[in-house]
Write a new protein. Structure first.
Length: 750
């Protein structure tokens, strides 16, 4: 806020003596140690006057007819009037009261409002915000890359709100809410609980907005409670009280709290899936009193400025195109944060997944409604469906053995005649089941639709996935996901701002646009902006790329031993504080077994497909060593000295997947595939991995890349554009010397 003080009464008395102020005046306060504000009775009114101590000029601030003197608590309300009254001094801040120019408002917020709350003026952040604003006001899509430390969250919030202010139809609150879609639940909570309320208070204090910013978090159906499904689940476990005694007690404790938002109650994901709204079609006795239904109805009536959701929910709403079923309000302005993850979300939303036992679990739900009075074929039909499901799963599991490499994520397949026959039979029999079901039973249509998708060989990619539980799943996604995004998202007349720290390959956004269907938009509808990180990499980081490591080959004992030996040397040189990033769990295990006995003085953490606490445990350690893959490559913040060394074992080329296989088939040859797809994706992933090291201005540390191809390959020149901002070191001794200069003594103590 502006500074108000009350210590210039003597100066005011001197102004009266020098006839610079009215003799009957009474001192009130001083604004920003320059403008003395006082009041006096004039012309049957109580007039407040501001005197500029620098020039000696005075101006009327406000005149009150009733002569009631303002109290101290009212002085803040006078500030905008004081600023307007002293406009002759060259202080242009008063102009914000009379402008609808977005650029002026943005400049005012960043250069006047935010500094009053301790924010630093950063011109790069202002440019980023203006580009986002241009995207909302002038273009269909703004692609805004903002590297770490740029302040993109505040930039897109301000851009969105200034858009609301400056559009004429929004001045009278006849506007749809702004949508912000992210992939990170922690970021969503931070926006709702911290960022938006704080910005709202600041803008209200400066009269930029009259009312607070109303925001809400919108989540998918799997997060909300369904009474009917809960009762069905309770009935199933209470039928076997001895077997499920502890679970029954747990559920009764849950029922006592009865939360509507399941995230507010600590519970296993499996249990949430048994009682959430996602598995309910509303055909039940509780339809009229359904809490979720009331929640949806209320969500459409609330006064709302911003709605926050995740990528999947936003895309699902666009896919459904049925506003009456949507939890999200119609929105004309949408921010897609962490936009580099949008394609993966689109593959899930517009794709299909049939889990092993999904049909059986559906039939278990149906059996709870089954009564002896039903038609005779009813029970026999369900038994037959279970039998055919088992046959299909058995046939699909034989495919898994054909793909021996554990690190192959997706086993792309073309369904053979036998698999298509089994899918066809299941479609027919599930359709027959619909005829025999009771009226309030859940429909099998959603499963039938999935099976029909898998039968459409040409339009969808089909593959077999292995879940963390060990169960398999049959998956598909449209073969042209870019076209799907264009038709469902970009070509809908909605203004989008896409932002992330890593969307380009350090040359342009061509690869990102191609993958996401943005290349189908004309350049006149797009704006592109890149904001570089403000962090001091020259003094705070070092880059180490050894030239004596063999070419990567997981099956080579020489290669594995060389990598392990160098990791041991680096861990000791940096006194732990290390995250080692792998692209393969197989290589992780091989190196882990060699390295761990040689660094036993440090706490060791290893990420596996089942160990989800490794990152959190590492963060709590002082100088631990984390063997990591998967999620550690992006979206993880370890601010401070806990993480001071990031070792990248291999360049993160994309592992084989359904999408990559198709891209490869569509290329003329392997070199073209590597150039057009593999290298750009690797560079983006490498930038994400390197970005784990420096997360704030004071962070310092080392990046090591133990891949010989970094220095000697056809794409080394491209890599140099990514790595050029990090000063190089050539030896372990240089690393030790660097750490002595940037780390305090206590860093080496434990």
């Amino acid at each position: 806020m502006f500074e108000i003080t009350f210590s210039d009464r003597n100066k005011f008395e001197n102004l009266i003596k020098n006839k610079k102020a009215y003799p009957k005046g009474k001192y009130d306060f001083t604004l920003e140690k320059r403008f003395i504000v006082y009041h006096c009775p004039l012309r049957q009114r109580l007039v407040y006057i501001a005197i500029d101590m620098k020039t000696g000029y005075g101006s009327e601030v406000i005149a009150l007819k009733n002569k009631n003197q303002l109290t101290v608590r009212d002085f803040n309300k006078l500030i905008p009037l004081v600023l307007y009254s002293i406009k002759y001094t060259g202080d242009k801040r008063y102009l914000i009261e009379n402008t609808q120019d977005g650029y002026t408002i943005i400049e005012y917020i960043f250069k006047v409002v935010l500094p009053e709350y301790g924010y630093t003026i950063r011109n790069e952040q202002i440019k980023l915000c203006k580009s986002m604003y241009d995207g909302f006001m002038k273009k269909s899509v703004a692609i805004c890359e903002a590297e770490v430390g740029t302040g993109k969250t505040l930039a897109f919030l301000i851009a969105a709100l200034v858009t609301r202010i400056t559009r004429e139809e929004m001045r009278y609150r006849s506007f749809n809410p702004i949508t912000i879609a992210t992939s990170n639940i922690e970021l969503q909570r931070s926006l709702i609980e911290k960022d938006i309320p704080k910005l709202s208070n600041m803008l209200k204090a400066f009269n930029i907005i009259n009312d607070g910013i109303e925001s809400v978090l919108r989540k998918g159906r799997e997060h909300y409670f369904c009474k009917r499904r809960f009762e069905d689940f309770m009935a199933s476990i209470e039928a076997h009280p001895r077997k499920h005694k502890e679970l029954i007690d747990e559920m009764k404790e849950f029922e006592r709290h009865s939360p509507f938002d399941l995230d507010r109650y600590e519970m296993r994901t499996y249990l949430k899936s048994k009682m959430c709204v996602r598995g309910c079609n509303g055909k039940c006795k509780y339809k009229e009193m359904c809490r979720y239904r009331r929640y949806i109805e209320k969500s459409k009536k609330d006064e709302l400025d911003i709605q926050i959701t995740n990528h999947n929910q936003y895309l699902m709403d666009l896919k459904m195109r049925k506003e009456e079923q949507s939890i999200l309000r119609k929105s004309d302005f949408v921010v897609i944060d962490e936009a580099h993850k949008l394609r993966d979300a689109a593959q899930d939303v517009f794709g299909t997944q049939l889990l092993e036992k999904e049909i059986s679990e559906y039939l278990d739900e149906v059996k709870k409604k089954y009564k002896k009075g039903c038609k005779e074929p009813y029970g026999l039909l369900m038994k037959s469906i279970c039998n055919y499901e088992s046959k299909l799963i058995k046939v699909l599991k034989t495919r898994i053995s054909d793909f021996g490499e554990e690190d192959v994520r997706d086993n792309i397949i073309e369904l053979n005649p036998e698999e298509l026959r089994l899918i066809g039979i299941l479609i027919i029999k599930l359709g027959e089941l619909e005829f025999y079901q009771e009226k309030d039973a859940d429909s099998a249509k959603y499963i039938i639709d999935k099976l029909k998708t898998f039968a459409e060989q040409g339009r969808h990619l089909v593959w077999i996935g292995v879940e963390e539980s060990g169960l398999i799943s049959l998956k598909s996604t449209p073969s042209n996901i870019g076209d799907v995004l264009y038709e469902n998202v970009w070509n809908r007349g909605i203004h989008h701002v896409l932002t992330s720290g890593t969307m380009s390959d350090c040359e342009n956004f061509g690869f990102f646009e191609k993958l996401n269907g943005l290349n189908k938009l004309s350049d006149t509808k797009k704006i592109k902006h890149c904001s570089l990180s403000p962090f001091d990499y020259k003094h705070h980081t070092r880059l180490y790329i050894p030239n004596d490591i063999p070419m990567p080959e997981n099956s080579s004992e020489e290669y594995v031993n060389a990598v392990a030996k160098r990791i041991v040397e680096l861990v000791h040189a940096t006194n732990g504080h290390t995250a080692i990033l792998f692209t393969s769990y197989k290589l992780l295990r091989l190196v882990y077994d060699i390295v761990v006995p040689q660094i036993s003085e440090y706490k060791i953490f290893s990420m596996t497909k089942s160990n989800r606490s490794a990152i959190a445990d590492f963060k709590r350690s002082k100088n631990g060593v984390l063997f990591a893959s998967g999620s550690m490559w992006e979206g993880v913040d370890c601010i401070g000295d806990t993480l001071s060394s990031v070792i990248i074992v291999r360049l993160p080329f994309p592992i084989r997947s359904a999408i990559m296989e198709v891209k490869k088939q569509n290329c003329a040859n392997t070199p073209e595939f590597v150039r057009e797809y593999a290298v750009p994706e690797m560079i983006i992933k490498l930038r994400q991995g390197i970005g784990r090291l420096i997360r704030c201005e004071s962070d310092t540390g080392l990046i090591s890349i133990l891949d010989a191809r970094t220095l000697n390959s056809s794409y080394s020149e491209k890599l140099e554009k990514v790595l050029s901002k990090y000063p190089r070191v050539q030896s372990i001794d240089e690393i030790k010397e660097f750490f002595k200069t940037v780390k305090p003594d206590k860093y080496f103590a434990g």
